[in-house]
Design a protein around this ligand. Structure first.
Ligand SMILES: NC(=O)c1ccc[n+]([C@@H]2O[C@H](COP(=O)([O-])OP(=O)(O)OC[C@H]3O[C@@H](n4cnc5c(N)ncnc54)[C@H](OP(=O)(O)O)[C@@H]3O)[C@@H](O)[C@H]2O)c1
Length: 274
């Protein structure tokens, strides 16, 4: 696995595993628990030690699955990100949500704690203060946001006194390139990692007909999914978190790492989807 350095010095794997729809959607569904735990463990064994989850996913059951999956591993061997839901952004609510996530994950700390979505009804200053408190209490090693525009990210940063926002997790892939307009340049300039969610546009990209994508897959001897993921992670401050329950997908995605599209090919591919 390759890593990128967060602004606080922590090293984050460039490719991780998403968990949305593992253990249910909005509500828990345990029908596939052992299959999902097996997928997560296979991914970790392959080197995809970054796992992305959230208190909202399956109402906490996704976090429970992650907790079960990582039990056999040393704490330092995995990088766990979770997120606080947008209705829990008042100071006390956020701290309770953080403790709830830790309990379900079976951990004393996570590596990265994110605000899942902004909530204009709750003062951002109060939320940022609660995030800093979580770092100081040792509940999380780093803090960040998700679905924040560059303008909102800047506002959030202005309220922080002692810690840095190290990441913004946003919808980003070849089909959804809007983060390139303002957010990516801002993050690159300010040392914020962009975590690309839905990097395969829910699997659509692997079946997408695009002559440049197909030509590059042939040129680099990679699959479409591998090229699409590499297009993201070969950007300076971007990491990606595809979700894969099928082992063949996990194995395929892993080989998005360890090589790079050259700059000219990456630019041509990006243009071909615009
Ligand atoms: N912060 C946010 O608001 C937010 C929003 C959405 C997502 N996320 C995070 O980002 C993660 C990824 O996004 P996502 O799950 O929405 O979409 P995604 O990763 O783009 O796509 C997942 C889908 O693609 C399939 N897939 C995986 N690898 C593949 C491959 N090599 N070839 C073909 N199909 C493949 C998976 O199938 P199988 O599962 O059957 O293998 C699954 O159906 C989520 O799981 C979640 O952790 C965050």
């Amino acid at each position: 696995m390759e890593f990128k350095r967060l602004a606080n010095g922590l090293m984050m794997p460039v490719l991780g595993m998403g968990t949305w729809e593992m253990g249910g959607r909005q509500t828990p569904d345990s029908a596939n628990d052992s299959k999902e735990i097996n997928a997560l463990r296979t991914g970790i064994d392959l080197g995809m030690t970054l796992i992305d989850t959230a208190e909202m996913y399956a109402s906490g059951h996704a976090e429970e699955l992650v907790g079960e999956a990582i039990k056999p591993y040393k704490r330092d061997d995995v990088f766990i990100t979770t997120k606080v839901w947008s209705t829990n952004l008042r100071f006390n609510d956020l701290v309770s949500a953080m403790k709830g996530s830790l309990k379900r994950l079976g951990l004393s700390y996570v590596d990265l704690y994110l605000v899942h979505w902004p909530n204009p009804q709750i003062p951002l200053k109060e939320t940022m203060s609660a995030l800093e408190y979580c770092v100081e209490e040792g509940y999380t090693r780093s803090i960040g946001v998700s679905n924040f525009s560059a303008v909102l990210l800047l506002e959030a940063q202005s309220y922080l006194r002692r810690h840095l926002l190290v990441a913004d997790q946003v919808h980003y892939n070849l089909i959804e390139q809007s983060p390139r307009e303002d957010l990516l340049p801002y993050c690159e300039k300010n040392g914020v990692i962009v975590i690309a969610y839905r990097p395969l546009e829910k699997g659509q990209l692997s079946g997408k007909r695009n002559s440049v994508l197909d030509a590059l897959a042939t040129k680099y001897n990679k699959t479409r999914a591998q090229v699409c993921l590499n297009w993201l992670i070969s950007q300076k401050n971007v990491v990606a978190i595809p979700k894969a329950s099928r082992l063949e997908h996990l194995k395929e995605n892993l080989w998005a790492v360890g090589w790079n599209l050259n700059d000219e090919d990456a630019a041509r591919l990006g243009e071909s989807f615009r």
